[in-house]
Design a protein around this ligand. Structure first.
Ligand code: HEM
Ligand code: 2DC
Length: 469
C-alpha cells in the first residue's frame, strides 16, 4: 500500500527553526555534508523545509529515473531567486538558464543546434585545441623562468583564464589573449565577478533577495555589483562582434563562432541572444576550471593511473595522426577520469525538478508540482550505488558496473547543461595536452574537502607541482 506524502520522514514542519539549525551547522557552506547526514538519518527519501525552501530529497539512481520521466515537456529546476531578482531589478532579459515554459523551449531548441549538437564539435575542436596548446606553452615558460625545472603553484587562477579563453573563443570565434603575460584587467575583473556572484548567491537560496534588498544588505549589494561586472564585460564582447559583423562583406568559409552564427541565423531576438550568451560566458569559467583542478589533484594522488592515462593518450595520438576529432574518440579512460571527478567532486550538489505529474518513490506518493532534489554529491559517495565509492577509479566507467542514471554531473534530458559539449571537449583537450607534456605531483598527503559556494569548490588551495616529461 502506498503511503501518503505527509508521512515522508524529515524536518519540514518549521522552516524558520530549521533555518536556524542549518545556520548553526554552517549549512551555507556545508550543504553537501548536511545532505549526506540527512540520508544517513532518514534513509533514501526525506522531506525538508529550510526557510521558505521546501523539497523532497532522493539519492537512488532508480528513483532519479522516475523523477526525470515525470519532468514533463518544460522541465523546471529550482528557481535561483537571486539571479532572477537581479535581472528584474536591472530590467534585463532572462536567458535560457532562467527562462521557463514555451519561452525556454523555443530558445533552447535554437541554442541546442549551435552549442550542443554533435555536429558543432568539428567547429569547436580546432578552436579549443589551440587554447590547450597555448596553455601548455605558458606552463613551459613558467617552468623555465622558475629555474628549477618545475613549477609549484595553486593553478586555479590559471585555470580560470584557460576556461574563459576557451569558452570565449567558441562563443565569439576570437581570442581574448588570456594565455599571455599581461592580460586585460577587464577580463580579470570578469573572473572575479563570477566567483563573487556564486559566493553571494548561496545565502540568498534561503533568505529572500527581495528582503535583503529592502534592508540594503551587503550580500545583495555585492551580488548586484558582481552581475553588473559580468553583464558589462559580456556586453563589450557582444558589441564588438556585432560591429565587426556589420562591417564585413561577403561570406567566409571559416567557422565564425556561436554568437555570429546566432546573429546570422536571425531566429532569436538580439536581446534573447545577448541574455543567453552572457549566461554561457559566465557559466563557462568556474565550472570547467574547478573540475580540471580536481582532476589534476586526483592524478597527482594516483601516479600509476596518471601513467595509464598518458599511455592511452600517446596511443590515441599515434593512431589518429594529428586528427584531433579522431583522437577524442580514442581516449575512453580520460573520459572516465572526468566522470569520476564529477562523481566525487560534482559542480552541482544536487539536481532538481518540479515534477509535472504524481509519482511514487520508495512507496511514498509525491504530488505533481513538488520540488524533488537528487542529492548528486551524496549519490556519488554512496556505497549502495558505487562499488568502493571512496576510490578514484576511472575504469569503472568502461564496463563492469552499471551506469544507469549514475553519470549525471551535467544533469539530464532536455534541460541538461547547455554547455556540456563545450565543457567536455575543453576538458578532454586540456588533459590530453597536459598529459603529453607534464607529470603532475602533489607535495604531501593532504585531503582536500569541498565547500559549498553555490557550486562546490575546494575548501583550501590545491598546490600542485608540474614537471616537464
Ligand atoms: C546547466 C553542470 C559547464 C552553461 C547545468 C546543470 C548542471 C550543470 C548540473 C543543470 C542541469 C539540469 O538541471 O539537468 C555543469 C558542469 C560543468 C558545466 C558539471 C563543467 C564541468 C558549463 C559551461 C557552460 C554551462 C562550460 C557554458 C558554456 C550552462 C547553462 C545551463 C547549465 C546555460 C542552463 C541550461 C538550461 O536551463 O536550459 N550545468 N555545467 N555549463 N549549464 Fe552547465
Ligand atoms: C545549487 O540548492 C544548490 O551549471 C541549490 O553553469 C540548487 C541549485 C540550483 C541550480 C544549480 C545550482 C544548485 C548549482 C549551479 C548550477 C545551477 C544551475 C546552473 C548552474 C548547476 C545545485 C551552473 C553552474 C551554470 C551557471 C551559469 C550562470 C552563472 C550564468
Amino acid at each position: 500500500i502506498v503511503r501518503p506524502f505527509r508521512e515522508i520522514p524529515g524536518l519540514w514542519k518549521n522552516g524558520a527553526a530549521n533555518l536556524y539549525n542549518f545556520w548553526k551547522l554552517d549549512g551555507f557552506r556545508n550543504l553537501h555534508h548536511i545532505m549526506v547526514q540527512n540520508f544517513k538519518t532518514f534513509g533514501p527519501i526525506y522531506r525538508e523545509k529550510i526557510g521558505y525552501y521546501e523539497s523532497v530529497n532522493i539519492i537512488n539512481p532508480e528513483d532519479a529515473a522516475i523523477v526525470f520521466k515525470a519532468e514533463g515537456h518544460y522541465p523546471k529546476r529550482l528557481k535561483v531567486e537571486a539571479w532572477t531578482a537581479y535581472r528584474d531589478y536591472r530590467n534585463r532579459k532572462y536567458g535560457v538558464l532562467l527562462k521557463n515554459g514555451e519561452d525556454w523551449r523555443s530558445n533552447r531548441v535554437i541554442l541546442n543546434k549551435e552549442v550542443i549538437s554533435p555536429k558543432v564539435l568539428e567547429n569547436f575542436v580546432p578552436l579549443l585545441d589551440e587554447v590547450g596548446q597555448d596553455f601548455v606553452a605558458r606552463v613551459h615558460k613558467k617552468i623555465k623562468r622558475s629555474g628549477q625545472n618545475k613549477w609549484t603553484t595553486d593553478l586555479s587562477q590559471e585555470l580560470f583564464k584557460y576556461a574563459l579563453e576557451s569558452v570565449s573563443s567558441v562563443l565569439y570565434g576570437e581570442r581574448l589573449g588570456l594565455m599571455l603575460d599581461y592580460i586585460d584587467p577587464e577580463a580579470q575583473h570578469f573572473i572575479n565577478c563570477i566567483t563573487l556572484m556564486f559566493k553571494t548567491t548561496s545565502p540568498m537560496l534561503y533568505i529572500p533577495p527581495g528582503l535583503l534588498r529592502q534592508i540594503g544588505a551587503k550580500v545583495w549589494r555585492d551580488h548586484v555589483e558582481a552581475w553588473d561586472g559580468i553583464f558589462n564585460q559580456a556586453d563589450r564582447c557582444i558589441q564588438n562582434i556585432y560591429r565587426q559583423l556589420r562591417q564585413e562583406t561577403g561570406t567566409q568559409k571559416k567557422y565564425p563562432g556561436v554568437l555570429p552564427s546566432l546573429l546570422m541565423l536571425d531566429k532569436l531576438s538580439i536581446e534573447d541572444i545577448k541574455a543567453s550568451i552572457t549566461e554561457l560566458m559566465a557559466g563557462g569559467v568556474d565550472t570547467t576550471s574547478i573540475t580540471l583542478l580536481w582532476t589534476l589533484y586526483e592524478l597527482a594522488r594516483h601516479p600509476n593511473l596518471q601513467e595509464e592515462l598518458r599511455a592511452e593518450v600517446a596511443a590515441a595520438r599515434a593512431e589518429s595522426q594529428g586528427d584531433m576529432l579522431e583522437m577524442l574518440k580514442r581516449i575512453p579512460l580520460v573520459k572516465g577520469a572526468l566522470k569520476e571527478t564529477l562523481r566525487l567532486h560534482p559542480v552541482a550538489v544536487s539536481l532538481q525538478r518540479y515534477i509535472a505529474e504524481d509519482i511514487i518513490i520508495q512507496n511514498y506518493h509525491i504530488p505533481a508540482g513538488t520540488l524533488v532534489q537528487l542529492g548528486l554529491y551524496a549519490m556519488g559517495r554512496d556505497p549502495k550505488v558505487f562499488f568502493r565509492p571512496e576510490q578514484y577509479l576511472p575504469s569503472r566507467w568502461l564496463r563492469t558496473e552499471t551506469h544507469y542514471f549514475r553519470s549525471l554531473g551535467f544533469g539530464f534530458g532536455p534541460r541538461q547543461c547547455l554547455g556540456r559539449r563545450i565543457a567536455e571537449t575543453e576538458m578532454q583537450l586540456f588533459l590530453i595536452h597536459m598529459l603529453e607534456n607534464f607529470r603532475v605531483e602533489k607535495q604531501r598527503y593532504v585531503e582536500v574537502q569541498s565547500t559549498f559556494e553555490l557550486i562546490l569548490l575546494p575548501e583550501k588551495p590545491i598546490i600542485l607541482t608540474l614537471k616537464p616529461l
